[in-house]
Design a protein around this ligand. Structure first.
Ligand SMILES: [Zn+2]
Length: 198
């Protein structure tokens, strides 16, 4: 996903999981408020099409997704629960009961209905309701925030960066949100502080 930081830099961030794409990138409470992308219901549709949820891959167009103010409020409630759960894992503890309760409640909702379309194209029944997409995100959170992937929920190693991702690298040694951003800065710093060679 391409992310625009408030400082103006645009960089590629692979959250590694759909639920973390929502909680890390789309804004949130507290210090994450300045990253807020979801101001109005239509913003959630735009976010969904840019995310790995990608309803477009199921033949859905943005106008076929129904989203209300209540839907947006639920997305934000889920986002905070995922954030708190992911933060707990990335800092060495575990998601609390309150977070799990929100995630479980949303995950229990109906998800998009798969259909066989013209030319055997797989698609979703229209209209697609925002709540169905939200339920998919919550189900992804159940899968991501539990073993075996829960041990791979990490925070960017840069001091001033709190982006949380699922490390899907085979050796499990990913350290940065993005090589375009914090990884590159660390490389430059290491280079500057390297002793001069004779
Ligand atoms: Zn970072």
């Amino acid at each position: 996903m391409r992310v625009r930081h408030p400082d103006g830099q645009v960089f590629t961030f692979d959250a590694g999981a759909l639920c973390l794409e929502l909680s890390s990138v789309s804004g949130g409470a507290g210090m994450r408020a300045r990253f807020e992308m979801l101001h109005a219901p239509g913003d959630f549709v735009r976010w969904a099409f840019a995310s790995r949820l990608d309803p477009g891959a199921a033949g859905v167009t943005p106008t076929e997704v129904v989203v209300t103010e209540e839907d947006l409020a639920l997305v934000k409630e889920l986002r905070e629960a995922i954030w708190a759960g992911a933060w707990a894992l990335a800092t060495g503890s575990a998601p609390g009961r309150a977070e799990a309760t929100v995630i479980n409640r949303v995950a229990a909702g109906p998800v998009p209905v798969p259909q066989i379309g013209p030319g055997l194209a797989r698609s979703w029944r229209r209209p697609v309701l925002a709540g169905q997409l939200t339920a998919l995100i919550a189900r992804d959170a159940v899968a991501t925030l539990t073993p075996p992937t829960s041990t791979r929920v990490r925070m960017c190693a840069a001091d001033n960066c709190a982006l949380i991702y699922l490390d899907t690298s085979r050796p499990g040694n990913r350290r940065w949100c993005s090589m375009d951003r914090c990884g590159n800065r660390a490389k430059v710093r290491a280079h500057r502080s390297a002793p001069d060679r004779p």
